[in-house]
Design a protein around this ligand. Structure first.
Ligand code: ADQ
Length: 461
């Protein structure tokens, strides 16, 4: 049986601490690696002088191979090309993109270093699965090292429309490197179409049918593999004593009011500012909800070394203060704004206590919070999910109330619709959504991708 080798920027093999914030993705990949005697390769998260040395360890039963990055790498590759160039661009924010030649060079250098670190550890029939935008050119670098293995790539964020991508200097070179993969997985059909459009219209490519596209003299396979959550575990976690305690704590503090919940990394792609503005609009449009509803917004700071993240944090501090100042009463604040992270079982209890889940990103590859919110609901009295049409999950979760997050009046009306929805309709929508969350979970995502990667014919190289 061939081994699976997962390569990602960071490695998050689970530790044994129960309930700690290890995501479903880490769990699902680790399970596959454990079963198949595989290996997970990536950056240790440490910043140190790099000697090219790889440290191999066992973490939670998984073999993990770690490399360090030096300060220049972190600046140019991680904070630079990955998070100041590709992330904003792929989330349709060319206004926030920094293009610097040194970022390009850092990105190429770290990908090269990853390839040099992995190549000696490979055997002939290893299946390699590269994760996400940090490592797009890795297959090309591995080929230069002589690797003939099957290599697949999964992009967790959106693939942008052709005209957006074309604002990236050297976009053609980036896409060229993708043809060294046998299989490229995207979150949505929308991303698959955008990639195909670029290849056909800008790279002189050809559509060979059945998801095969040809360009640069090579063929690769493209398809959508929408990622899911560890649904069964999340449901269990929502019924755990910790979740029950958190749910009770929230209910007590609600004091009969309805609660809406938002949970995300503090990122400009998540539409937090627009959400606050729409909520402000809602409080003006429907004064009957004054003192009867509140929004609990949990936003964990992330990527704080990048200016755009400091800016959004400052703007949200000011906006939440402004809205609260405008509407609050001595015994009620409309927004509870919390900048910390919670364990998964705590989060599950908080979701369960919320009457409405507000998931309104301006762009999102998938958005797992939407799925976690549904998985945590009480089937006899479920809450309502409001979901942005620009989240990848909207392609699957059609029974949510779908909104345009840029249209604050429509979001305001939808909040009213959610808060006043009769139980029968809440149940009908929840049951349909829950069926999808349970069926299309993270394990079926992983199995579908690995099965297709194994099945690819080696005509592609
Ligand atoms: P993210 O942009 O991080 O992921 P998302 O899919 O919503 O977005 O996942 C966030 C995860 O972090 C969820 O599991 C959530 O519970 C957790 N989380 C967020 N805030 C938290 C807090 N305060 N405390 C504890 N946990 C918190 C990227 C892409 C997404 C894609 C995923 C997976 O941007 O579009 O869905 O990868 O492919």
């Amino acid at each position: 049986m061939s081994r699976l080798i997962v390569i990602s920027n960071r490695v998050s093999a689970p530790t044994d601490k129960a309930g700690v914030a290890v995501g479903g993705l880490a769990m699902a990949l680790s399970a596959a690696l454990r079963e198949g005697n595989g290996m997970w390769f990536g950056w240790s998260g440490e910043v140190a002088e790099t000697s090219g040395q790889i440290s191999v360890q066992r973490i939670g039963g998984v073999t993990v191979a770690l490399t360090h990055l030096d300060e220049q790498d972190v600046h140019e590759y991680y904070n630079g090309y990955a998070n100041k160039t590709l992330w904003p661009l792929f989330h349709y924010r060319p206004d926030l993109v920094s293009f610097e030649r040194s970022f390009d060079e850092g990105y190429a250098r770290v990908n090269q270093r990853f390839a040099e670190g992995v190549a000696p550890l490979l055997v002939e029939d290893d299946l390699i699965w590269v994760q996400d935008y940090h490592l797009i050119p890795l297959a090309a670098k591995l080929r230069e090292q002589g690797a003939k293995n099957r290599i697949g790539f999964f992009l967790h964020i959106p693939w942008p429309a052709m005209r957006i991508l074309m604002t990236l200097p050297k976009h053609l070179e980036l896409v060229r490197t993708m043809f060294d993969y046998h299989l490229i997985g995207f979150q949505t059909e929308d991303s698959v179409s955008a990639f195909r459009e670029y290849v056909l219209n800008h790279a002189g490519g050809e559509d060979l049918g059945d998801g095969r596209v040809k360009a640069f003299g090579k063929v690769t396979h493209i398809a959508a593999y929408p990622i899911g959550i560890d649904a069964k575990e999340f449901v269990e976690s929502s019924q755990s004593p910790t979740a029950a305690a958190y749910c009770k704590r929230m209910r007590t503090s609600q004091n009969g009011r309805k609660m809406m919940i938002g949970v995300e990394r503090l990122d400009y792609s998540k539409g937090l500012e627009e959400r606050f503005v729409a909520y402000d609009q809602f409080l003006r449009d429907y004064p009957q909800y004054e003192n009867n509803v509140f929004l609990l917004q949990i936003a964990t700071p992330s990527r704080e070394e990048v200016d755009a993240y400091q800016d959004i944090r400052n703007r949200l501090d000011s906006l939440s203060g402004h809205i609260n100042g405008e509407h609050a009463q001595v015994d009620w604040v409309p927004i509870r704004y919390v900048n910390r992270s919670y364990r998964r079982d705590e989060l599950a209890g908080i979701y369960r206590a919320a009457h409405v889940g507000l998931v309104t990103p301006l762009r999102d590859g998938m958005n797992l919070v939407a799925k976690e919110y549904i998985a945590a609901q009480d089937p006899d009295d479920p809450g309502v999910l409001i979901l942005s049409q620009f989240a990848g999950s909207a392609e699957q979760m059609k029974d949510a109330l779908i909104v345009n997050p840029f249209d604050r009046e429509a979001v305001s009306e939808t909040i009213h619709e959610a808060l006043s929805m009769p139980l029968a309709e809440r149940k009908r929508r929840y049951e349909a959504l829950m069926h999808g969350v349970m069926t299309d979970d993270v394990v079926s995502w992983r199995e579908a991708f690995v099965r297709d990667l194994k099945a690819e014919v080696l005509e592609t190289l």
